[in-house]
Each structure stands twice: as structure tokens, then as C-alpha cells.
Ligand binder design. Structure first.
Ligand SMILES: [Zn+2]
Length: 688
């Protein structure tokens, strides 16, 4: 619920199957600055379908490339960022940097990944010792140890909205909910290959169909890895995952900050969640010395630990082997990588073609050596003038929030003071971080794609484990400069706006202010709004989990947000599927708060003057159109369905339509009763 857009790289293993971050399209035509007049469909009334009005012509002429699940402003900018990154990597590869340097690691990591014939020649040999270790497990104690050894730092429920790990559990090291000055270990449920429990439990024909295809895929993967009796094994693996899914929490519950703050002592695990030999598990995970954890979904831990006991050792060993294949399939021979794409790309996301190898290579380098690349990227592509201009917009929008909070008639003075204090101490990072990750302890070899991924995942894991107990650095970033996204970090009370999102059409130093405020301004406002949304409001100015709202304030907030949830639950992308207004609520609140504050910031910046008319549009019209156009998205049906089921962000169309809650939008586009988006003034949701 924190990142602005949903296709961020979640973890290195997942990066290999991500479908959006890719390349193929050209940059948007530059030359014109400001809103894209050619995208507007003037045959549509803004009050009937604002998204279609702003983007209709773009929707008509845009085709989703065969190697994509969808296209959007974000994916187009990601293309540019990826091309630049690929260019940097190529330069680095040619420079023959000395062994041991960061640039040499970038070159070796990329080249090892690109060396398909080398990977082919090795065949399955990189897997052998790992599969043999699984085969040698002879009791549940050994199993617990192996499960512990597979724990990785691959989830991040608050900053990067990443709840998914295919390992039994996932580790997140972050400031402690209850003592925000130090880092603490959080443990999250895991164990599924499919994106969410719904894929195992839903009774729809579509999902039943997917499950049949998934089992066939599991069998195919095992066969490629040389297993016998693959159908029976696949069935067992599926049944185990199905049983795990039954224990899992829903996304809605995962997002409920009040439910997830469950400190457990290490010594409590055996009694609270019997079935797994926790002493072995924590020893395997190098966490035997850690006395306290926060368990995100306690009942899932109880259920999954019990399954370790009740499911056969052979079943778990098959599950471990298969999960290993999936995690490393991208750096194994082509037949395995292709089989993975055939299921996760084609069947699950509806993408006909796999992205070219070099694009996947860039994603791997960004995933594993992101800061090393980012250092060079920021230097090359983010001039100090852009930073100054963006910081000015941030200041104006934060000032608008200060005023909006002051003016709220429903909020008590005590709560207002807390909210203002949060704004006061908010750290806003623009462009790139102040310090960079140090990869000097990571060994990257030119001829070892598998080993590079293996060592990187472990390196990252131990880096995170090593932070436990240390003092929190509130200026630390959670995104690289080359990432096209933005993020709110509630436990640090901080925002990150990477260099790669601060580009046209979101941010263009040569465009009118109206267009910049409608696009990047609303994104900045969105992230600031997360500071006060249903989750942000649970954290105070220091990032501690503390309720600083009076009950009366909270009642008003809950009533207003329930109205917004109902508004979104009414949207139906497909006749058989509507949005889940609760699942998407924090994001929808942020969109609404963001556009409102950005509009104020824009108007304040005019200083009483009238903005110049451009292409027949007033400044305010340009502002709203820029907002609608920032959400341009065309997505394949399968991927859109997946998003609706599993993501906290509403599809672009509905994000754009939130303008129906903003009074000036009605005046600017003469929207009257009878318009399909028309809401009577009392039905418009006002939160901030
Ligand atoms: Zn957000």
C-alpha cells in the first residue's frame, strides 16, 4: 500500500518473472511539453468517463506488445530507465574495470546471466549439491533445519507491499513497531508459488482451470529436473500448498496494522506453534541468538508449523526441490526457464512472449546490485536543477497539507498537532539516497549465473540479519534511483522519489506547472497522504506504532473512508469481478488526498495570477487532464484480473476517476447531474 505503482521489483527471484518491467516501446514523443492533447478523446464527455476522455485516443492506438502483460506511463518510463541502465552496463562491460570493484561486479553479473551457452553447457549441475542436500534429509529435524536455511529477506509488507514469499516464511528487518529507534526481525507467512491464497481456494471455474494447469506445470518442472513419478509428486506438492493456503491470511487482514503487531519470544514459538522444530529452524536461519520477533500472521504460523508435522517428509522434500527449481529457474537451462514462462507468463499473466534476454539481465542487475548501478545512473541522469525544482514542488505540496489539516473542521486540536508534527519531521528523499549499499563482501563470478544469484540472495539476507538491533537510519532509501516509482516508509516517516520517476510526462522542467502538479504533484501528494491514511495514521512522527487519534477523529475518518471503499467496490472491470474497496482503500485514500493537495499546491503557486491557456485548456483543466493521463494503462485481461484480486492499487481507470470527489473538477468540466461520474456534493468523499 506504500509504493505508488504496483510493478516494482519485489525481490531478485521474483524479478525474473516480472512481466511489466521491460523494454520495446519508444519514449513518448517529446517536443511538446505538458498534457498530451493527441491522447484526448473529445467524443467522450468528461463527466461520463473521465479516464476515457483523457486517454481514449491513446487507448485506441496502443497495442500491448507480445512480451508484456500491459503498458502504462510507468512501463514506458521503465523502458527508458532500462535502456539507460543497459547502456551503462554495456559501457561498464567494455571498460574492463579492475577485479573486486563495484563496476566489475556489474559487468560480471550481467555477462554471466547473458552467457546462455555457458548456462546450457552446465545443465543442471549447479543444482546438484542443493538437490542432494534435500534428498539427504532423513527426519523432521533435518527438514526444520533446511526450511530455516531457506529463509530469505524477501518480503516487505509496509514499504514495498510485498507479502509474498514461496519459502515457508519470509524475513523483513525494519524499525520495531513498538520501539522505533532500532531494527527488529518480522516474520511473514509463505510457502505458495501462486500469487495468493485465492488461487488455491477460489471456487471459480477460471481458478479451477488455472489449478489444473499449475499442477501440470509442477510436473513438467520436476521432469525437466530429472525426477521420476512426477505426476504423483506434483499432486502431493499441490495438496501441500493448498493446505498452506487454507492457513494463510487474506490481503485485507495482512494490511490491518492492529492485527499484525504480535511480538513473540523465540522461546515461545515451540509452545505457540507446535509441529516445527523451531530451535533447528532458527539455527538454520542464523537467528538462534535472536530473542524476539514480530509475527505478522500468528494463526498462519500455527497452521504452517502444524503442517510440517502432519505432512509426510517425502511431501516436504518434493516441495523443497520444486521450490528451489522455481527460485533459480531463470539461471538454469533454457528448457526450465521456458517452462516457467509458459506457466507464469502465458497462463497466469496472459503474456504471449518472453522478454528478450538482455532486458531480463538488466532486471537481474537492478535486483542484485541496484545501488551500484544507481550511483552511476543518478550522476548521469539527474541534474541538480531537476532536484531543486522537484524539491520546490514537494515543499509547496507539504505546505498545502499543513493548511488542509489546519482547516479540517472534524479534527480535534490535539490530533491536528500530532499530524502537523508528522509533517514537520517528514524526510523527503528526492532523486537518490545519501548513502549507498556496500557490496564489497559479495562475490560475483563471470561464469557462474546460478552461484551469483544464490550468493546475492544470501548476501542480502545476512546484510539484513546483521542490522537487527542497530539504530535506525531514517534517511535510508528503499528504492534505487533507476526505479520508476515512489514510496512512503511509515516506520521511518520518510518518502522516496527516485530519479527515474522525475521525468516527462510525470515531471518536465519545460512543461507548464499545471501539467507537473497534475502528474508528479499528485504522486507526491499521494505519498504524503499515506502518512495519514488508515495505516500511516497508526504511526507517529517518530515512526512508532502509536494511536495518536482521538476516538471521535477516528470515527469520522472511518465513516468517510467507508464511503470511499463503497464507491470503489461499485466499480466492475468485468461482469463477474468487482474491485474490493477495502483491499484498495489506503491507495484510494492516498489518490484522493494526493490530488486535492496537489491542486492546492498548484493554485498557491499561481499566486493569484491566471495560468495561460494551452491548446484551448485552462490551467486547471490541464491539471486534471495531466492527472488522468498519468494513469494511462492498458492491461491484458488475465493480468488485470490478477491485479484486482491481489493488488492494493485500483486499476488506472478507476484511479483517474477519483476526480469525481473533487469540487473544482465539476466546475472545470461542467459536470452536471446525469453524468455517469456525477456525485452530489454530499456524496463526494472528503477526507483531508
Ligand atoms: Zn500508495
Amino acid at each position: 500500500m506504500r509504493v505508488f505503482n504496483f510493478f516494482h521489483i519485489k525481490s531478485c527471484a521474483v524479478a525474473l518473472i516480472l512481466v511489466f518491467v521491460a523494454n520495446a516501446q519508444e519514449a513518448p514523443a517529446q517536443g511538446a511539453h505538458g498534457i498530451a492533447v493527441a491522447d484526448i478523446d473529445r467524443s467522450v464527455k468528461p463527466g461520463d468517463n473521465f479516464y476515457e476522455y483523457c486517454t481514449g485516443e491513446w487507448m485506441k492506438r496502443t497495442e500491448i506488445p507480445p512480451d508484456r502483460a500491459g503498458v502504462s506511463v510507468f512501463s514506458t518510463l521503465a523502458d527508458i530507465s532500462n535502456k539507460r541502465t543497459a547502456g551503462l552496463i554495456e559501457e561498464i562491460a567494455k571498460s574492463n574495470a579492475p577485479t573486486g570493484t563495484g563496476t566489475r561486479k556489474i559487468a560480471d553479473l550481467y555477462n554471466a546471466y547473458m552467457d546462455e551457452s555457458g548456462i546450457e553447457a552446465k545443465g543442471l549441475s549447479p543444482l546438484k549439491s542443493h538437490l542432494a542436500a534435500i534428498a539427504a534429509i532423513h527426519d523432521k529435524k533435518g527438514l526444520a533445519r533446511a526450511l530455516g536455511e531457506s529463509l530469505r529477506a524477501d518480503v516487505d509488507p509496509l514499504n514495498n507491499t510485498n507479502f509474498h514469499t514461496a519459502n515457508l516464511f519470509g524475513l523483513w528487518v525494519a524499525p520495531d513497531f513498538n520501539e522505533s529507534e532500532h531494527y527488529t526481525p518480522y516474520l511473514l507467512q509463505g510457502g505458495l508459488q501462486l500469487p495468493d491464497r485465492e488461487y488455491y481456494l477460489s471456487d471459480s471455474e477460471r481458478m479451477r482451470n488455472l489449478r489444473t494447469k499449475y499442477q501440470a506445470h509442477v510436473a513438467a518442472m520436476l521432469k525437466l529436473a530429472g525426477f521420476t513419478d512426477v505426476n504423483a509428486r506434483a499432486k502431493r506438492i499441490f495438496e501441500l500448498e493448498h493446505a498452506i493456503a487454507e492457513k494463510h491470511w487474506t490481503i485485507e487482514d495482512d494490511q490491518d496494522i492492529q492485527k499484525v503487531n504480535n511480538p513473540w519470544k523465540r522461546s515461545d514459538f515451540a509452545a505457540k506453534a507446535p509441529g516445527l522444530d523451531w530451535a533447528e529452524y532458527f539455527a538454520g536461519a542464523s537467528l538462534a541468538g535472536q530473542s524476539r520477533f514480530i509475527v505478522w500472521q500468528p494463526s498462519a504460523f500455527v497452521g504452517e508449523a502444524a503442517l510440517v508435522d502432519s505432512t509426510s517428509l517425502e511431501g516436504w522434500k518434493d516441495w523443497l526441490s520444486y521450490h528451489l527449481l522455481e527460485a533459480y529457474g531463470g539461471v538454469l537451462p533454457k528448457a526450465i526457464a521456458d517452462e516457467r514462462f509458459a506457466f507464469f507468463g502465458k497462463v497466469l499473466s496472459g503474456t504471449p512472449e518472453q522478454r528478450p534476454r538482455w532486458q531480463r539481465g538488466v532486471a537481474v542487475v537492478n535486483g542484485l546490485l541496484g545501488d551500484e548501478v544507481g550511483k552511476i545512473y543518478a550522476q548521469r541522469y539527474f541534474p541538480p536543477e531537476a532536484k531543486t525544482r522537484a524539491q520546490q514542488m514537494v515543499a509547496n505540496i507539504v505546505a498545502a497539507f499543513h493548511k488542509r489539516i489546519d482547516a479540517l473542521d472534524w479534527m480535534t486540536p490535539a490530533t491536528k498537532a500530532e499530524a502537523q508534527a508528522k509533517l514537520e519531521s517528514l524526510y523527503v528523499g528526492v532523486g537518490y539516497p545519501e548513502t549507498w549499499h556496500d557490496y564489497s563482501g559479495l562475490e560475483i563470478k563471470r561464469d557462474d549465473a546460478f552461484g551469483n544469484l544464490w550468493r546475492s540472495n544470501l548476501f542480502e539476507y545476512h546484510r539484513e540479519v546483521g542490522r537487527i538491533g542497530k539504530t535506525v537510519d531514517r534517511h535510508e532509501w528503499s528504492m534505487t534511483p533507476q526505479t520508476v516509482n515512489a514510496v512512503n516508509l511509515p516506520l521511518q516517516n520518510a518518502l522516496n522519489f527516485p530519479a527515474a520517476i522525475l521525468q516527462p510526462p510525470f515531471f518536465d522542467p519545460d512543461a507548464p506547472d499545471a501539467a507537473n502538479y497534475g502528474a508528479i504533484g499528485a504522486i507526491i501528494g499521494h505519498e504524503v497522504s499515506h502518512t495519514f491514511d488508515s495505516e500511516g495514521s497508526a504511526f507517529d512522527a517518530k515512526g512508532a506504532l502509536r494511536n495518536w487519534w482521538t476516538p471521535a477523529d477516528l470515527d469520522h475518518f472511518n465513516a468517510a473512508t467507508a464511503k470511499l471503499a463503497a464507491q470503489y467496490s461499485n466499480y466492475r472491470p468485468f461482469p463477474d469481478l468487482s474491485l474490493n474497496g477495502k483491499q484498495t482503500l489506503p491507495e484510494n485514500i492516498a489518490d484522493l488526498g494526493g490530488i486535492a493537495a496537489a491542486y492546492d499546491g498548484y493554485v498557491a503557486g499561481l499566486g493569484g495570477k491566471t495560468a495561460p491557456v494551452q491548446d484551448g485548456f485552462s490551467g486547471s483543466q490541464q491539471f486534471f487532464i495531466a492527472y488522468g493521463q498519468a494513469h494511462k494503462t492498458k492491461t491484458r485481461e488475465e493480468a488485470l484480473r490478477q491485479q484486482v484480486l491481489t493488488n492494493e492499487h485500483s486499476p488506472g481507470e478507476y484511479r483517474a476517476d477519483t476526480v469525481r470527489n473533487i469540487d473544482p473538477w465539476y466546475e472545470q468540466f461542467e459536470v452536471k447531474p446525469g453524468g455517469k461520474l456525477y456525485l452530489s456534493p454530499e456524496d463526494r468523499v472528503r477526507i483531508w
